[in-house]
Design a protein around this ligand. Structure first.
Ligand code: PEP
Ligand code: MG
Length: 754
């Protein structure tokens, strides 16, 4: 056989010319197979294209019987052609008919050909067809020939995909491989449903220039790009960046492993030698390696597949000089951001107008970006395996966080169903917004104070939008978590002042830093802990490192000049901790007096009740504090000894159990009797049914997520508090695992809107 590799570029150019030339799509494809056969000195060259429904149809051939064109069809996995498509791998067979997958199709007349070399046509990671050459002699094709046919297949795949061949292929019979609707599963991170066009956070660069004349130049471009990429990885590995970039260290370690992999680089260079540009060569090798890694039995490598794809795309972006993120351009229409992972500050860079949802390959419920997406009210789904390689830029996507699904290229009926759902949700939100001025007073006249939880500037507009009575929990650690360095005194002060300005007359309760545990920051390093939730966190860190707390108190005092300042301490397990923390405040107040600086008009000090032990110290605690806030997120994980972040335990214990409700009732009762205001600020209060039960226990103040204010207000206005109290209190002694169903029946019978 003539060695094609000596003049591959010439053939590539010719193919390009033929495809761009005159004539119908079919006639041009006929010329293409003729050219390839001639150059490969093959008696047969055939192109099969994928139809929807998973069939591969013979579209053009040189050498097989012409009447087989558009007649011969094979399913993915059927016959040798189907096998190549199914595996997305080349097949090089000296004697094709002896392969177990060989199927004989008499209409083709292929029985006289012995050797076969076939390669998949892959476009954007999907097999869109198969290119085959055959010879009468029995021979194994050389590695160079395989490489050359792969290069041709890449060019051909582009031409098939972008030219009017695709239209001809569609021709009422479906699409060429792409376009099928797909559902991927994921994990809800921030609630909601959204639909829009997929936009890659790190845009995938469309490689349009495939052929290069000067291989040396392409290799030096490749070398430079590798150098740049390695430098970037080193920078990202620096501790400060990891905290803000949303990438985990082990992922970066994997990136580095690939970035220094000599085999990878060598394969790309070989592809460049066969006539491709550096970008096209990276893409081709990525497709090959992707397929091989998919098939490996090594679980570690399979796990790392998306890391490798991501790195290859990064390399292509560097080569193309397009390293920015999609946030740099204004979004133009309803958008679903698709990313491997996302950093908190990266999310904040997006224009909120058109950002409707986020789907991540990684992501976790406690990641900082998740907390911010929730605060922004943007539906976000994570752990969607394969999302990056399953969707194209601009394709229609529906993110259903409630159900834990991402619909890619959804069918019309799915779109309709979800549009109805989205419309119903939006109508509900608009209705709640319209009712934001209505007082949260129960049917029997009990006023309920509905406050909101927050932690960032982006939360502030929600005060007006929801009609919240104030901010019942301002998580000050968020500012630290989205910053790569320790926020300075004036930066802290500026934020607190802005929050109080936005709140005006409404109260704001600033919780001092609840750092440590799962909320780590790079500038506060501490040892790895076996049980971080039970570890050195929150007030424990603050009292052991009083300088940090003193600084924060100083910033709060300065920000609250002339106003009422509410300070709340987290994770108090022992009354002595409140006393010690109060001493720090007193010291800072004395410092202000000494310096003759203006002070807040009033200082109120409270604490979170998040540790069960504190519920047994109410008598000594209450005289020490001006208010209490029950943090059920932590309280209940300690009460039931059940990790709040472990999905396996999520439904194991119910907060509407007699035990949990009795504990809350005890705390509420003792606070009410002592005249100390008590609020509940855990997620529990955000759910209307739970909120109804809490009202029944005598609670009159909730601090909840902004999106819950409307639904909970509606519930309160439909509730008779005395009735639910009379119903619930006797049940607290029952042996039930949960009172949920009984409470639901109560709501139904008494027309409480939950
Ligand atoms: C809680 O524990 O209930 C709480 C409100 O605090 P966080 O969720 O910030 O731990
Ligand atoms: Mg907590």
């Amino acid at each position: 056989m003539y060695n094609l590799t000596s003049r591959p570029r010439l053939l590539l150019r010719r193919l390009h010319k033929v495809m761009a030339g005159a004539g119908s799509a079919q006639s041009r494809l006929n010329k293409v197979v003729k050219e390839i056969a001639r150059n490969m000195v093959a008696e047969v060259c055939s192109v099969y294209l994928a139809r929807s429904g998973g069939e591969l149809e013979l579209f053009a051939t040189e050498g097989l019987k012409p009447e087989a064109v558009h007649q011969t069809r094979l399913k993915f996995g059927e016959g040798l052609v189907g096998l190549i498509a199914f595996n997305a791998l080349p097949l090089n067979l000296p004697e094709a008919s002896t392969h177990p997958s060989f199927v004989y199709r008499p209409e083709t007349g292929e029985e006289i050909y012995h050797s076969l070399l076939g390669v998949p046509l892959v476009r954007h990671g999907r097999v869109v067809g198969v290119l085959v050459v055959q010879n009468k002699v029995t021979r194994r094709y050389s590695d160079e020939e395989v490489e050359a046919l792969q290069t041709i297949s890449m060019v051909l795949a582009e031409l098939v995909g972008t030219g009017d061949l695709l239209e001809s292929a569609n021709n009422g019979n479906g699409t060429a491989g792409a376009g099928q609707s797909l559902v991927l599963d994921g994990q809800k991170l921030a609630d909601g449903i959204a639909s829009g066009a997929a936009v890659f956070h790190e845009p995938k660069v469309e490689v349009t220039q495939l052929i290069a004349d000067d291989a040396e130049q392409e290799i030096s471009r490749l070398q430079e790009a590798f150098d740049t990429m390695r430098r970037e990885l080193d920078r990202m590995m620096s501790v400060a960046e990891i905290a803000t970039a949303g990438e985990h260290r082990d992922i970066l370690e994997t990136y580095k492993m690939f970035a220094y992999d000599r085999g990878w680089q060598r394969k790309i260079k070989d592809a460049i030698q066969s006539g491709l540009t550096a970008e096209a060569a990276v893409e081709r090798v990525q497709q090959d390696m992707h397929t091989q890694m998919m098939r490996t039995s090594d679980p570690y490598l399979r796990e790392r597949l998306s890391d490798f794809d991501d790195l290859a795309h990064r390399l292509i972006r560097i080569l193309a000089g397009r390293t920015g993120t999609a946030a740099e351009e204004p979004l133009k229409a309803d958008t679903i951001i698709i990313a491997k992972s996302l950093g908190p500050s990266e999310l904040l860079d997006y224009d909120r107008t058109y950002l409707k949802g986020i789907a991540l390959e990684e992501g976790s419920p406690t990641a900082h970006v998740t907390i911010i997406a929730r605060a922004m009210g943007i539906p976000m789904i994570g752990r969607v395996r394969g999302i990056l390689s399953s969707v194209e830029d601009g394709e229609n996507v529906i993110v259903d966080c409630e159900g834990g699904h991402v619909f890619i290229r959804p069918t019309d009926d799915i779109v309709e169903t979800y549009q109805d759902n989205i419309a119903i949700r939006e109508a509900r939100v608009a209705e709640y917004a319209a009712q934001r001025h209505l007082p949260a007073i129960s049917r029997d006249g009990v006023p309920v104070q509905l406050l909101m939880n927050g932690g960032l500037l982006i939360d502030l507009p929600n005060l007006d939008a929801t009609g919240a009575g104030g901010i019942g929990l301002f998580r000050t650690e968020f500012q630290f978590m989205v910053s790569s360095t320790l926020p300075r005194l004036d930066t802290q002060m500026a934020l607190y002042r802005e929050v109080m300005d936005a709140a005006g007359d409404k109260p704001v309760i600033f919780r001092t830093l609840d750092l440590g545990g799962d909320k780590s920051v790079p500038f506060l390093p501490h040892d790895r802990e076996e049980n971080p939730a039970l570890g050195w966190r929150a007030i424990r860190v603050a009292l052991d490192r009083p300088a940090l707390l003193r600084y924060q108190i100083r910033a709060l005092l300065m920000a609250a000049t002339g106003r009422c300042l509410n300070i709340m301490f987290p994770m108090i397990a022992d009354v002595s901790e409140v006393r010690d923390a109060k001493d720090v405040v007193a010291k800072e107040v004395r410092r202000l007096e000494k310096l003759k600086k203006p002070a807040p008009a009033k200082i109120r000090i409270g604490c979170m009740l998040e540790v069960p032990s504190l519920a047994w110290q109410m008598n000594s605690l209450l005289p020490e504090v001006d208010f209490i806030s029950i943090g059920t997120n932590d309280l209940m994980q300690f009460f039931f000894a059940s990790d709040r972040a472990n999905p396996r335990l999520a439904d194991r214990y119910d907060l509407l159990s007699p035990a949990a409700l009795s504990l809350i009732q005890w705390v509420v009762k003792t606070c009410n009797e002592a005249g100390v205001p008590v609020t509940l600020c855990g997620e529990m209060g955000s759910r209307p049914l739970e909120a109804m039960a809490l009202m029944g226990l005598g609670l009159k103040r909730l601090s909840i997520s902004p999106s819950a204010i409307g639904p909970v207000r509606t519930m309160v206005r439909s509730l008779d508090v005395k009735a639910v109290t009379d119903f619930l209190l006797p049940l607290l002694n029952s042996p039930d695992h949960s009172l949920r169903e009984k409470l639901r029946s109560f709501a139904k019978d008494h027309a409480v809107i939950i």
